[in-house]
Design a protein around this ligand. Structure first.
Ligand SMILES: [Zn+2]
Ligand SMILES: [Zn+2]
Length: 378
């Protein structure tokens, strides 16, 4: 499942080089335009939410920069620290409260968001993978479409609040008399009640379903990334927006590869003789294997780069990191007699003294061959 999203600048109706002041102005204008109190069109609350989201991102310099570079993927996939990470996204309710000062609205309420953890392999994270998620979530009842009434029966105005959805209660206290406005307890603030409750949902308007949805884990995703799938959270009753689905990505470790930015790191062993003389080794890559030229005189710890064999940049087509292969020159351990002799000759050609001597006799290869070397020397 992918949600196609509109460009944030387009949503706010500003140019890409808009100043923070321009953004703020545009946000106010658009927010007022789509405020569901003023705008009765069906998609007003969605548009309002979209405007809110666009402003949340573009008003934050860091997220704006990510968005400018990577698009929606860049800001949806932020490194999450856990489930508290998404609060910064700015809830629909929050903005109403702070901007319009009305917290009793029902139409603005959104059903709960869902959290889901998905673990993928290192390679799937690199190239992306579709994943089917099985969600256990509240959904709008399909029999009554969330109206709570048995189809064909009437919905009537609530007799307690006379359709207002609110009740006023007068409280007398030591300090005087207070009037409190609360949601009507009889109709739970909806202003209407049903005569005959829907059979399927027992008049709740919602029911719990197990639903399979497919999400595309994007190529290049990092461990700890949190993806947002809008509208795939829980559903409320009629008039309530759906919650969002937050997918937390865990990337499994790989036996061979690790990741640094978009580069893939690995270690490869090079035999001492090849390191000295040069040659070719074949190393594994994310998609297969690749030959690496070993230059004569290669030192342990030197790094060979395979261009473009790394991890794709998330949200941008084509660009990929590199694969960095750290070469580890390996000293052979189990020499046979001939190899030992050749190395001894080699050592002599370098003018090395005391080669093959070892105070810890018997502990190493040269310890074992010490006698043999001595024999040749004399
Ligand atoms: Zn129902
Ligand atoms: Zn009522």
């Amino acid at each position: 499942m992918t949600t196609s999203k509109r460009d944030y600048y387009e949503v706010l109706g500003v140019a890409r080089d808009a100043t923070p002041e321009d953004l703020k102005k545009a946000f106010r204008k658009q927010a007022l335009k789509f405020h569901p109190d003023r705008n009765k069109e069906a998609d007003a609350s969605d548009r309002f939410k979209e405007v809110n989201e666009a402003y949340q991102v573009l008003s934050d310099p860091k997220r704006k920069a990510q968005y400018d570079q990577f698009g929606h993927q860049g800001v949806n996939g932020q490194a999450g620290r856990g489930f508290d990470g998404f609060e910064g996204f700015g809830g629909f309710g929050d903005i109403f409260d702070s901007f319009f000062g009305d917290s009793t609205r029902q139409a603005s309420s959104r059903a709960a968001d869902l959290e889901f953890q998905v673990n993928v392999s290192f390679r799937d994270a690199a190239f992306g993978v579709p994943r089917e998620l099985e969600l256990n979530r509240m959904e709008r009842c399909d029999r009554c479409d969330g109206s709570k009434a048995e189809p064909g029966t009437d919905v009537v105005e609530c007799s307690t609040c006379h359709g207002e959805g609110k009740v006023r209660r007068t409280q007398r206290t030591f300090f005087g008399q207070f009037q409190q406005v609360t949601a009507c307890p009889a109709c739970l603030g909806e202003g209407q009640t049903v005569k005959t409750a829907c059979q399927q949902c027992s008049g709740r308007g919602t029911e719990r379903n197990v639903r399979k949805i497919e999400v595309q884990i994007p190529a290049g995703v990092e461990h700890g990334t949190r993806l947002v799938v809008h509208g795939e959270g829980e559903s409320g009753g009629k008039g309530n927006g759906n919650g969002d689905l937050y997918v937390h990505i865990g990337v499994q470790r790989d036996k061979i590869f690790s990741r640094r930015g978009n580069d893939v790191l690995m270690m490869a062993e090079v035999n001492m003789a090849m390191a000295a003389l040069g040659g070719i080794i074949n190393v594994e890559t994310l998609e297969g294997s690749h030959d690496i030229d070993i230059k004569p005189g290669t030192q342990s710890g030197s790094v060979s780069r395979i261009k473009g064999a790394g991890i794709p940049h998330m949200g941008t087509s084509g660009r990929r990191g590199d694969q960095l292969v750290e070469l580890k020159v390996v000293t052979p351990k189990d020499l046979d007699e001939r190899q030992a002799t050749l190395l001894q000759e080699l050592a002599e050609s370098f003018g090395l003294e005391r080669v093959g001597e070892n105070s810890g006799a018997g502990s190493g290869i040269f310890g074992r061959f010490k006698d043999a070397f001595r024999g040749e020397d004399s």
